[in-house]
Design a protein around this ligand. Structure first.
Ligand SMILES: Cc1cc2nc3c(=O)[nH]c(=O)nc-3n(C[C@H](O)[C@H](O)[C@H](O)COP(=O)(O)OP(=O)(O)OC[C@H]3O[C@@H](n4cnc5c(N)ncnc54)[C@H](O)[C@@H]3O)c2cc1C
Length: 290
């Protein structure tokens, strides 16, 4: 809240140019908000695409063009060397002799759980505090939930921190119940993100990029792109054999609920169901899956 108020105060003082460092959700939402307030916004992304944790490269390119069409500027494979200015921000140095002028700089370079010195107390800590399916840590009578907890990821089949609100609230409820003597089982977490920029929605869940070469280990990707008016409608599915492991939707996100349920259900789909999942010849409903 303090950050939001401070940013707002800078805007009211007449800030005109913003540089946003980072291409993740927090950075892009900030860039979007600043652009909507009329600022000239440049986003620096050290990798080759925006939202690299959420979108495949094609969706990212389509979204980038949409954002550029609405006045945002992106510099890919570009990092910040220094933020210049003494009392006030002057700009951001992106090469020894190249400085971008800025009245405001936003840094959104990822989130890391603050697990402090818990390791010293015997907790198993990697990305976050490791919990089992009851959300108990390895230290008796201590549970963890939410952004701090490293849980079993349903599709990646490994422990990870999936730091989203739905995961946190479900985990909090189950951990609380079990701390009160309950026996609830947490089935596992799923990466899930949703955004909307200038009328273009994007939504993804599970694995959004092939973890190995097409065909290897049964992994393959299907994609479908059409244009509706000025907007790209894109959908891609990541399959391992007959199992849906993840998807990205751009434009039409109306089927995100059913597709997410299919990933969570972890059951094989028929060829017809797979075609329906790709949005061909009708709509797939969860009830169709046995
Ligand atoms: C800018 C931003 C945008 C986001 N947007 C989305 C979104 O659109 N959708 C989505 O699903 N998720 C979003 N998230 C993620 C979502 O907010 C988190 O996953 C969720 O809030 C996690 O809940 P939590 O209870 O684990 O942690 P938090 O919400 O961080 O709560 C932890 C609380 O613990 C307190 N605390 C910390 N240390 C101590 C201590 N030592 N003693 C006592 N209290 C302490 C903190 O002050 C805080 O109140 C966003 C996050 C950010 C930062």
């Amino acid at each position: 809240m303090q950050d939001a108020l401070a940013i707002n105060a800078l805007l009211e003082q007449g800030a005109q140019k913003a540089v946003v460092i980072g291409g993740g959700l927090v950075s892009l939402k900030s860039a979007y908000a600043l652009r909507k307030r009329g600022l000239e916004v440049t986003v620096l992304i050290s990798s080759g695409q925006l939202l690299s944790q959420m979108l495949d490269a094609k969706a990212a390119g389509l979204l980038q063009r949409h954002l550029e069409g609405n006045g945002l500027r992106f510099l890919l494979q570009t990092g910040a060397i220094a933020i210049t200015g003494a009392k006030h921000i002057q700009g951001v140095l992106i090469a020894p002799a190249t400085e971008l002028g800025a009245d405001i700089v936003i840094v959104g370079k990822g989130v890391r759980p603050n697990s402090g010195n818990l390791k010293e107390f015997g907790f198993k800590v990697d990305q976050g505090i490791r919990v089992d399916s009851s959300l108990a840590t390895n230290v008796p009578n201590v549970y963890a939930a939410g952004d701090i907890a490293e849980t079993w990821d349903l599709v990646r089949e490994q422990y990870t921190v999936n730091a989203t609100w739905p995961n946190a609230t479900t985990q909090g409820r189950i951990a609380g119940a079990n701390m009160c003597g309950g026996h609830e089982v947490y089935p596992g977490s799923l990466g899930l993100n949703s955004v909307d920029f200038f009328g273009l929605s994007a939504m993804s869940a599970g694995i959004t990029k092939l973890p190995m070469n097409e065909g290897q280990g049964g992994w393959y990707q299907e994609e479908n792109l059409i244009k509706v008016g000025n907007l790209p409608f894109y959908r891609t599915m990541i399959w391992q054999g007959d199992f849906l492991k993840g998807f990205v939707l751009l434009g039409d996100t109306s089927q995100c609920g059913v597709l997410t349920a299919l990933i969570k259900a972890g059951c094989p789909l028929t060829q017809t169901q797979k075609k329906l999942a790709m949005g061909k010849r009708g709509t797939l409903a969860v009830g169709m899956i046995k």
